[in-house]
Design a protein around this ligand. Sequence first.
Ligand SMILES: Nc1ncnc2c1ncn2[C@@H]1O[C@H](COP(=O)(O)OP(=O)(O)O)[C@@H](O)[C@H]1O
Ligand SMILES: O=C(O)[C@@H](O)C(=O)COP(=O)(O)O
Length: 425
Amino acid sequence: MTLALGCIADDYTGASDLANTLTRQGLRTVQTIGVPADDLALPEVDAVVVSLKSRSIAADQAVAKARAAEQWLRGRGATHVLFKICSTFDSTDQGNIGPVMDALRADAGDAMVLVTPAFPETGRTVYQGHLFVGASPLNESPLKDHPLNPMLDPNLVRVLARQSHTKISLADLSVIAQGPAALRKHLDDLATRGIGAVVADAVFERDLETIGAVALAHRVSVGASGLGLGLARALVGAGRIELNQVEAFDRESIGGFAACLVGSCSRATLAQVADAERSMPVLRLDPSAIVAGDGEAQRAAEWAIARIADGPVLIASSGTPDQVAAVQAKFGRVAAGHAIEQVMADIAVRLVESGVRRLVIAGGETSGAVVDRLAIPGFLVGPEIAAGVPVLRAVGACGSGMLLALKSGNFGGPRFFTDALGLMS
Ligand SMILES: Nc1ncnc2c1ncn2[C@@H]1O[C@H](COP(=O)(O)OP(=O)(O)O)[C@@H](O)[C@H]1O
Ligand SMILES: O=C(O)[C@@H](O)C(=O)COP(=O)(O)O
């Protein structure tokens, strides 16, 4: 297998979003959980997205994990490696995007790294280095209240400069709009001034095509699915990919019971849970009881198992920003998040033991905890439920025969959970 593109994603929902984008652009793509074991049988693919649960961990640990993934990808022939971050940049001043970028840049020997989280299909655009979520600057969007990575500064040149040892600058839209040659010249000029990474504006997909075409000549880039789209189109345009069928697995019905586990507290997910209450039983967990270790996992699993034979169920820990703040004030941000994720994983194990084969999980960290506990080694990409969220089929012995959807907290329309289950038969 010689990879046309290697990718390292900093969480599992983000990885499935990127795998979805690459697949839709005609690249045969597989998502692996961590660096794959040597004995994991992978199909012949153009791109591998190695998923890490590294978005919210210490920089030195994230760097070590990213380097291991990079080595594996380079060993399979990847000349370009995309470090996939969130389209809302989810990374505080203590975050690790800058340190991982610095390390990958050093390993690759690149003079310049292009960085853009723009993903216009989901409303994420970058202008003058400022990230917008729909019409709102990042710091006025719901991301200001993210439970783990609250985003308070929309200027990504500043945010990245606070995390990185590399000198950061901007490629603004007036440069990007002139196309690849102008962007190359701009980067060359900046490199002579000691700049080593550039936040690139992007509002439309054509901007990402320009950025992708230029980035492909480098060995490393940093961005969200929009940059994946730009790189994929550049690979196809360069004749380095044979266009493939967009779905990598057959749609044979899988059966078994279905359940949704929701740990995201995003505004979009809160509305989706409220909507799901109209079509399936919903259990709202008590986060304080979870963190206090009061048997919430056991109670929730029993509640679900008593109902799943009659149809899908949904279990949510999600709270409003005020409720999340109250739990965090009592138990601490990291401890609360971790305890809730682990209870979701406990519940998932019980559900799978009871015959659940179709699992929808909302939230990146939540998905990471559940998929890790189920020991699923990787996924093939199936039909798209919503922008950035595909149906996934588990590969490998653990979890084989299961369908999952890993939903980024912010993605999906109001009826996401019923939409997802409708495509996961
Ligand atoms: N009610 C709650 N109070 C505090 N933290 C919560 C609550 N419910 C979930 N969490 C935690 O919030 C975090 C949500 O992150 P994540 O699953 O990545 O969602 P998203 O995709 O929206 O970022 C997780 O660590 C989760 O355990
Ligand atoms: O780029 C994105 O927005 C997503 O792919 C993503 O990374 C999702 O992260 P979570 O919102 O934490 O699930």
